[in-house]
Structure formats: structure tokens, C-alpha cells
Design a protein. Sequence first.
Length: 157
Amino acid sequence: MTRITLKQRARALWQKLSRLDARPDQIAAGFSIGIFASFLPLNPSPIIVATVVSWLLKRNVLAAAIGAATAILYTPLLPLIWLAEYRLGKLILPVQHSLTLVQASLRDVLQKGWDVYVAMFVGSIIIATPVASLTYLVVKRLGERWARQRNESQPSD
């Protein structure tokens, strides 16, 4: 049985993204929606959320799924990310229950109470917004480069 490494998985996702036949801004928007969704403490999968939102906003749905799938790259950091989201949200909202790193799983968060989850959700939006914005700019620039390379490699009539 062949074992796929995280690096191989990331490379495969990136290659799929670079081969999408869509405008660079559509690819970048879809991908950044996926990245944004991957920060939200949601279950089911952020891929479902990203594809639905991308479809509703008429952005590239496949790019959104790829963006959300990249969440696997930072899965080991998820408890830290969720704890940071909780602490940011707690600065804004009153929270009766506390959350520690050991308890930073979605099941534990929901058992703590809705105040913890809502604080975490608000914090996730605060973290996801600049990350998704930066991602949009980077992927749009890369998408423009990919489009130029495709145009240059096509034979002219």
C-alpha cells in the first residue's frame, strides 16, 4: 500500500488548482472562500460550506473545494487555531465557560456551551478574514501567471 505524504497531497491540490479553466479572479475567489471556511469551527466538513457559499456567490466551486481541502495541511495545528479563535472571540463576547488547549475539540467545545462556540465562531471570522484576503491576492496573481503560460503554450493560428 502506497502512503501519500502531506507534501504530495498539497502538490496534487495545487496542480489541480493551476489547471482549472476559469478566470484568475474566479479561481482566487473560490480558493479563498475555501480557506475562509476551513477556519470556521463547523461540522460537517468545511468543503461542504465552501462549495455551497462559492456556488451561491457564483465563484469557482472546484477552487473552493480545493481551498477547503488544504485545511488538511494545518490539521495538526487545529487545537491551537481553535484556542486562538476562542480567545479572540472571548475578548469581544461575554463567555461563562473557559476552554483550554486540551479541550479544543469540537465535541468538547459544544459540551462547554454555546457561549464558547459563538466566541470561537467570532474569533474564527477575525482570523480567517485577513488570511483569506491575502490568499485571494496571492492566488489571483498566480492564476494570472498560469493563464499567461497557457496562452503562450497554445499554438497561434
